[in-house]
Ligand binder design. Sequence first.
Ligand SMILES: C[S@@+](CC[C@H](N)C(=O)[O-])C[C@H]1O[C@@H](n2cnc3c(N)ncnc32)[C@H](O)[C@@H]1O
Length: 203
Amino acid sequence: MGKKTNNWYKSHINDEFVKLANKENWRSRAVYKLKEIDEKYDLISSNSKILDLGSSPGGWSQYASRKHKNITITAVDLLKMENIENVNFVQSDIEDFGKNYLKNGCFDKIDLVMSDIAPNISGIDSADVPAILSLAEIVTDIALGSLNESGNLLIKLFQGKGTDEYIKETKQFFKKVRIIKPKASRSNSREIYMLASTLRLNG
Ligand SMILES: C[S@@+](CC[C@H](N)C(=O)[O-])C[C@H]1O[C@@H](n2cnc3c(N)ncnc32)[C@H](O)[C@@H]1O
């Protein structure tokens, strides 16, 4: 194991959220980010219809499906994901998924589009920030084409060049936009979450 990998491994196994996720039997520590935001803004209720984009290994879908038994989740990821009750998993790039999904147009409106999608991180901001922003544009298109009027879009972003512009652009389509840094999001990371709520019907 290289020194850098070794350091990452040590800090990972000592991380309080990794320990808690193991103890509480969640697939990932990412659960605690969604849990904190959901507990504050009440995003997931019974009968919710949810799209979970970038879902593997499945922590967010697992959290939503454990919270309410009668919700419907479609989860999408490039990587495989093990089965979760009430979750319909599609292994696909979100760009292809989005094209088919929006083209078919014969689906029930969605209450929550949640995206924890992250590109392969290089550690170089000038590459990572544009990469997540281009995925964010795809996620926003899917959200705008599928959310019901009072629906929510929760999406992971990295702070950096172009992020403020993306947030400003999104504000044209939603009545309320919040930026959130959950406790489980590492303080030394540029990761933030944007929660956009209630569509403006005329864009
Ligand atoms: C941080 S992980 C998601 C963790 C998940 N929310 C959980 O709670 O377990 C980000 C995921 O985004 C996926 N991803 C990245 N680019 C993607 C793309 N273009 N289409 C679909 N999934 C993608 C990755 O494969 C990865 O599984």
